[in-house]
Design a protein around this ligand. Structure first.
Ligand SMILES: NC(=O)c1ccc[n+]([C@@H]2O[C@H](COP(=O)([O-])OP(=O)(O)OC[C@H]3O[C@@H](n4cnc5c(N)ncnc54)[C@H](OP(=O)(O)O)[C@@H]3O)[C@@H](O)[C@H]2O)c1
Length: 292
């Protein structure tokens, strides 16, 4: 056959189905390259965010919602949840809410049932609801210790266990993000906060993250934690007033405390396909406080 004979019909007959097969395989193979936009895209994904009515939880809800996830927010106060969902809906996010006390096992069971009924399954679980208590260690009340532990640690355990067992393990996929704190990585300097139960609970979440990552990695579930430094919120209002925002910011190499957008990128990394090879990690979002 001469070199310039052109493409013969017989080659087209063989070549077109081969290309079609290649395209189908490319689309179906999850290991094939995705664009960076696809890696961070959450279109069609579902997320449950505890403590999603305000503060850091709402900030994370905004990030996941903007990237396309359908959301269920949870907290105790219905009015704040309604306001948060309305805010999200106003910017086109599919958000609803279920009021539940994350320190109460019965409430958590109802939250899991309601969320699965609404979303079908949960791709992303953000364990963010948390509480603190300020008191010198020697006088720390037992009921305050239990309150902090039952919400921050036990609530996270029970909700994660139920969502994992009922939705993520059967589907062999999931993204779990724990909102720990830099208080879980260290103590407090003399003359500053006295929050022994809080620091202890966040330290527990740090190792909860690593241990669960080890157990559930084989199911295709990633478990990572964000460890924020100071961010303005209802929880930190008193501390920021007492010690002064500028003084707290001075401790950070970046000379600032956290702001409204500062958790979004890291939360999205852990929640999306961009983070599929990251598990068991604790990422400080603290302006560099824990680096020095
Ligand atoms: N702000 C910071 O500087 C900072 C730093 C490090 C870590 N964190 C962590 O970030 C998370 C969010 O804190 P934040 O600063 O955003 O505080 P926040 O503004 O006080 O928000 C706390 C959220 O948790 C909910 N919540 C509290 N108790 C609950 C319970 N028993 N059951 C269910 N939901 C409950 C609250 O709603 P309801 O009151 O209606 O229940 C609210 O939605 C916490 O885990 C906190 O430890 C914050």
């Amino acid at each position: 056959m001469p070199a310039d004979a052109g493409i013969q019909p017989v080659w087209l007959v063989l070549w077109i189905p081969a290309c079609a097969g290649m395209t189908r395989d490319w689309l179906q193979n999850p290991e094939d390259p995705m664009s960076i936009r696809q890696l961070f895209d959450l279109t069609g994904r579902t997320a449950l965010i505890t403590g999603g009515s305000r503060g850091l939880g709402l900030q994370i809800a905004e990030a996941l919602g903007e990237m396309g996830a359908r959301l269920v927010l949870s907290a105790r106060k219905a009015d704040e949840l309604e306001a948060a969902a309305a805010l999200l809906k106003a910017s086109g996010v599919d958000a609803s809410w279920i009021a539940a006390d994350a320190a109460q096992p019965d409430d958590l069971a109802r939250l899991v049932d309601g969320t699965l009924a609404r979303l079908g399954h949960v791709d992303i679980l953000i364990n963010n609801a948390g509480a603190t208590w300020g008191a010198p260690a020697e006088d720390h009340p037992l009921d305050a210790w239990d309150k902090v532990m039952n919400l921050n640690v036990r609530g996270t355990f029970l909700l994660t266990q139920a969502i994992g067992k009922r939705s993520m393990i059967p589907r062999r996929s999931g993204r779990i993000v724990i909102i720990a704190s830099i208080a879980g990585l260290r103590g407090n300097a003399p003359g500053t906060m006295k929050t022994l139960a809080y620091n202890t609970s966040k330290g527990a979440l740090v190792n909860f993250t690593r241990a669960l990552a080890g157990e559930w990695g084989p199911y295709g579930i990633t478990v990572n934690a964000l460890a924020p430094g100071f961010f303005p919120s209802k929880m930190t209002r008193g501390v920021l007033q007492q010690f002064g925002t500028d003084k707290l910011a001075e401790r950070a190499p970046l000379a600032r405390i956290g702001a409204e957008e500062d958790l979004k990128g890291a939360a999205l990394l852990f929640a999306s396909d961009a983070g599929r090879h990251i598990t068991g990690q604790i990422l400080a979002i603290d302006g560099g406080v824990t680096a020095v």
